[in-house]
Ligand binder design. Structure first.
Ligand SMILES: NC(=O)N[C@H]1NC(=O)NC1=O
Ligand SMILES: [Zn+2]
Ligand SMILES: [Zn+2]
Length: 441
């Protein structure tokens, strides 16, 4: 069987296409993996000054990412109905360099309206997403656990997941250290303003909903997916218990929680502001441990950029700046570079970034390199180091808001194929945007 490098070398530049039937595994050479990443905010329509389909998917292709699933918020309008999904799909036309699916939003307005939810699901969203705390976007209000329990009943019928931003303001907020004049430029202030108790409160609130996903439960067969877990202590323990007791629950975390620690976030450097926050180094190590032990199932970028002025970089006010890490192009080398110390393998990388995300999103012909699957392939040199300095091409709409700038990373992407089409090679993108929208049937 040829190694991927051989296959790549045999493709003519005039006809940059490989067939879907070549069977390759990540063992065949040191440059294979296929990637499906399913949590990114592309912000179009309505906020193209933040990102957009064209720049977002170009960044993805340059980073070795072949599939994205776009979040329902930060665009305007939010994707909460059949009509607003149509606006998304229309806005994406001719702009996609990689394949893109869409999550819909579960919000108070549609949660008790099964027919509205059904038409959104029938129109092709791969699942729904909801927030248990303010989302930062006015037209995407938060849901409580009752909304969530209702939404899950409809989702169970369609066998599609509910993704939950699991942070909730506790009923009795501890005022531990939050009184007095705290410096909003200090990262410690931000950390105190969003303690692990927020994640814990949300997950406790979800316990009945999680139970209902079990055999015989009210929403039997529904699937709850906790996005971007940061608290590796009580929140993770509660989720482990729920899984152990048969709830259909999966968990993701993000590269920024695995790469950085609170101790090293410079005061005033709001590029690192995200929610839930990046916590201390001990917490980071425990997240790696949970990932390696299989308690955390997968990874996602949660690429959530904004217009640079909303990051308030000059003022450096952590309490008022936009919360969101800009990372899409870098997540593959970041995971590899920071994961080495923890002994991760290429196969684990493929499982966390491709296989399990594709399963969660119900993408039956993506997430593995197998006969009959889409030929979604990244060719990369895991050991080649590069510096994310001024000379490095960055395709996100705004390069300077990324917390990874200045870092030395390992894992250079040489080329990226989507459904057999060469979409990125030799630091250039294909002339035509040949990615496709993915709609559930
Ligand atoms: N609205 C939005 O994208 N919020 C995201 N940003 C972040 O840091 N966490 C989120 O949920
Ligand atoms: Zn979130
Ligand atoms: Zn997000």
């Amino acid at each position: 069987m040829p190694g991927l490098i051989d296959v790549y070398a045999s493709i003519s530049r005039d006809q940059p296409r490989i067939t879907d039937t070549i069977a390759l595994t990540s063992e065949t050479s040191d440059v294979t993996a296929c990637s499906a990443f399913r949590h990114a905010h592309l912000d179009e329509p309505g906020r193209v000054e933040w990102e957009g389909f064209s720049t977002g998917t170009k960044a993805a292709a340059a980073g070795g990412i072949t599939t994205l699933v776009d979040m329902p918020l930060n665009s305007y309008p939010s994707t909460v109905s059949e009509e607003t999904l149509k606006l998304k799909v229309d806005a994406a036309r001719d702009k996609l360099y990689v394949d893109v699916g869409f999550w819909g939003g579960l919000v108070p307005e549609n949660a008790f309206n099964p027919s509205a939810l059904e038409s959104l699901l029938k129109a092709g969203v791969l699942g729904l997403k909801s927030f248990m705390c303010p989302s930062g976007i006015n037209d995407f209000p938060m849901t409580n656990s009752t909304h969530i329990e209702e939404g899950l009943v409809t989702l169970a019928k369609y066998k599609r997941p509910l993704l939950i931003h699991a942070e909730r303001i506790p009923d009795i907020e501890s005022d531990d250290g939050l009184n007095g004049d705290l410096d909003p430029r200090s990262y410690a202030t931000y950390l105190k303003s969003r303690p692990p108790a927020w994640e814990e409160a949300a997950i406790r609130d979800l316990q009945r909903a999680m139970k209902d996903t079990k055999i015989g439960g009210r929403s039997e067969g529904a699937h709850i997916h906790i996005v971007h877990l940061s608290d590796s202590k009580t929140s993770l323990d509660l989720l482990k218990d729920a899984k152990h007791n048969g709830a259909k629950v999966s968990i993701e975390t993000c590269p920024h929680y695995l790469a950085f620690s609170a101790e090293e976030v410079p005061d005033g450097d709001t590029r690192f502001k995200c929610a839930p926050p990046i916590r201390d180094a001990t917490n980071r190590d425990s997240l790696w441990e949970a990932l390696l032990d299989g308690h955390i199932d997968m990874l996602s970028s949660d690429h959530s950029p904004s217009a640079p002025e909303l990051k308030l970089m000059e003022e450096g006010n952590f309490l008022r700046a936009w919360g969101g890490i800009s990372s899409l192009q870098f997540v593959l080398p970041v995971t590899w570079s920071y994961g080495k110390k923890y002994g991760i393998s290429l196969n684990q990388l493929a499982s966390w970034w491709s296989e399990r995300p594709a399963m969660l999103a119900g993408l039956k012909n993506k997430g593995a390199i197998l006969p009959g699957y889409h030929a979604d392939i990244v060719v990369w040199k895991p050991e080649e180091q590069f510096q994310l300095d001024d000379g490095h091409a960055v395709y996100h709409k705004h390069r300077n808001i990324s917390a990874y700038l200045g870092k030395e990373l390992s894992g250079k992407v040489l080329s990226t194929f989507v459904s057999g089409n060469l979409v990125f090679a030799e630091d250039q993108h294909a002339k035509a945007a040949c990615g496709a929208p993915i709609l559930a049937e």
